[in-house]
Ligand binder design. Structure first.
Ligand code: FES
Ligand code: FES
Length: 278
């Protein structure tokens, strides 16, 4: 084995590879001349796979960045054309009629803020707003959005200023990993419109007395946000953020786990944690 590995045709890296790949018991005789060829083929094959991946990625990017109607590949199956507005900008696309709004946003318009959590209408991560109503974009065919106006998380901040719901999520730490956050924020913003319009929810106490600009209890906010699942469990902070924007009044931040003790500022919270009632 040692003799074969010292074959001058092999580079140091090649020798290391062979040493790692072949056990001491394996006989390398007869493998001599073809080793370099074998390694070349191996490396060539790896390079080809890499090149293929890169080319594939490039073509995907080219495919994604080219969202104009005229230049999209003609061989698209079940093609339909749609014209709609996304975050205020007119878009014309030719798409497969089976394509969801979520995939259209993410793969054709590079708007990847809306997330694909379950792709089954169960998690709310893909929530966007269509004609002022929240929808699950994974269950909405893009073709049904002809002539409509779609708002996604990318469209809410204006001139570098966050939407109040976005700012409140930041203030109240309404997220951890952030995966559900675009959907939560879209839902929260749509919820504001529902409240303004006096739309009742499942837990509205008396739907006969619903007025515009309803004041929502925490239970109402929970119910209205229940379609948006957060696997990090940031619910308390999400409710606080939405409540603050809805009421216009400051709401205590839940993440202040260690309050002032005896009216003094706590500089060593870890010493107090076991005694603190959260
Ligand atoms: Fe649409 Fe989960 S991805 S509801
Ligand atoms: Fe992680 Fe909600 S913040 S899933």
């Amino acid at each position: 084995m040692t003799e074969n590995i010292q074959d001058p045709e092999l580079t140091d890296d090649e020798k290391k590879m062979l040493t790692a790949l072949l056990s001491d018991e394996q006989d390398m005789s007869g493998f001599g001349e073809s080793r370099r060829l074998f390694l070349k083929q191996l490396i060539g094959a790896g390079g080809a796979v890499l090149a293929f991946q890169l080319l594939g990625d490039q073509s995907i990017f080219a495919h994604e960045t080219d969202s104009s109607f005229d230049n999209f590949p003609e061989n698209i199956e079940h093609a339909v054309s749609i014209n709609f507005k996304v975050n205020g900008a007119a878009k014309s696309l030719k798409i497969d009629s089976r394509m969801t709004l979520l995939d259209t946003l993410r793969e054709r318009l590079q708007l990847t803020g809306s997330k694909k959590g379950c792709d089954h209408g169960q998690c709310g991560a893909c929530t966007v707003i269509v004609n002022n109503k929240r929808v699950l974009s994974c269950l909405t065919l893009a073709a049904t959005c002809e002539g409509k106006s779609v708002q996604t998380i990318e469209g809410f901040a204006k001139n570098g200023v966050l939407h109040p719901v976005q700012a409140a999520f930041l203030k109240h730490d309404g997220f951890q990993c952030g995966f559900c956050t675009p959907g939560q924020i879209c839902s929260g913003i749509a919820l504001m419109n529902e409240v303004k319009n006096g739309e009742a929810s499942y837990v509205t106490p008396d739907i006969r007395t619903v007025n515009k600009n309803i004041e929502l209890s925490d239970d109402e906010i929970r119910e209205r946000m229940s379609g948006n699942i957060c696997r990090c469990g940031a619910y308390a902070n999400i409710i606080a953020a939405i409540k603050e924007v809805l009421s216009g009044k400051e709401v205590a931040q839940h993440w202040l786990l260690v309050p002032a003790i005896n009216n003094t500022i706590v500089t060593n919270p870890e010493q107090h944690l076991p005694n603190v009632q959260i």
